[in-house]
Design a protein around this ligand. Structure first.
Ligand SMILES: [Zn+2]
Length: 301
């Protein structure tokens, strides 16, 4: 999968506030009755859902709502409102730093800001504290967290269960914060998520773009230490060579796999999963082996 920015440029969607799948603009986003009836460009389903960036986008959506909680308006107009929002923003940022040790919404030197996947994941891990800091309804944070967890867990999801859970979440969002037009990235997952998943061969979590993203760090290191710097062409050629070598299937197969802690899934996330056939096979197999074990015991006796 790729980032939303890439999807927008591939589909020549100039306005990033417009959904590239159904072409809904900000004003149509919160109208859940008509949003599902819009004509859809099914070709765009192949771009997936950008599950890694979804964490950041969902987090930023809630953050922006929390800055506007007093004004209750999508666009900030007038000096007074702007000052109010700036004050609230600073307060939220300070609290994140004090209570969670998180640097939020601060520009980073060189590129982007400090809202990365790790910040977002920490935010969704402790929903009670996040709700206390931002003033956002905890039910919504919890639901967002469950959706993101289900998307990135790597297991096959039950599309119908996901669709109804996502639409219920969208209704809760509109009911609570209808004045803030749903961002395209949130809309894409809640409204089109299930349809995109149906069109893919693998479970959505296994197509995550964090593999490419994890390469950024290595690309920077390789460029600095393993390339000629005579010209850009030389640098890029060397860089591509080393990337090809290090991602070669044979070399990849030799490298030990990183040990990952299994993520704990909550009961609500479990209810969104397809009952995996393998687990049924495993239970059957263990039952069978237990049976044969007891048989062998009898025999040996
Ligand atoms: Zn859409």
């Amino acid at each position: 999968m790729v980032d939303g920015k890439v999807c927008n440029s591939v589909t020549s969607n100039k306005n990033t506030q417009v959904c590239y799948i159904c072409k809904a603009g900000p004003k149509q986003m919160n109208d859940l009755l008509t949003i599902k009836q819009r004509p859809i460009n099914t070709y765009t389903y192949s771009f997936g859902l950008s599950t890694l960036h979804a964490y950041i986008r969902f987090f930023e959506c809630l953050l922006h709502i929390s800055y506007r909680l007093e004004i209750k308006h999508w666009q900030i107009r007038g000096e007074q409102n702007k000052a109010k929002m700036a004050l609230k923003k600073q307060e939220v940022i300070d609290q994140f730093r004090r209570k969670m040790g998180l640097l939020v919404d601060m520009p980073k030197q060189g590129f982007g800001n400090t809202n990365d996947g790790n910040t977002a994941r920490r935010f969704f891990e402790n929903t009670a504290l996040s709700s206390e800091i931002t003033g956002i309804d905890e039910r919504l944070i919890k639901r967002f967290s469950n959706i993101l967890c289900a998307l990135s867990c790597g297991y096959a999801l039950n599309e119908d269960a996901f669709d109804s859970y996502a639409m219920e979440t969208a209704s809760l969002y509109v009911q609570l914060y209808g004045w803030y037009f749903m961002p395209t990235s949130v809309h894409k997952i809640l409204v089109h998520g299930a349809s995109v998943m149906r069109s893919l061969l693998l479970p959505i979590g296994q197509l995550s773009e964090d593999v490419q993203e994890a390469r950024h760090k290595e690309v920077r290191w390789y460029r600095e230490h393993s390339t000629m710097k005579m010209s850009r062409k030389c640098t890029n050629t060397d860089l591509i060579h080393i990337l090809l070598i290090s991602s070669d299937p044979l070399i990849s197969s030799i490298r030990p796999l990183p040990v990952k802690k299994p993520t704990k899934l909550g009961t609500e996330v479990y209810s969104l999963l397809k009952i995996p056939e393998e687990s049924i096979c495993i239970t059957k197999r263990t039952q069978f082996s237990q049976d044969t074990d007891s048989d062998s015991e009898i025999n040996s006796d």
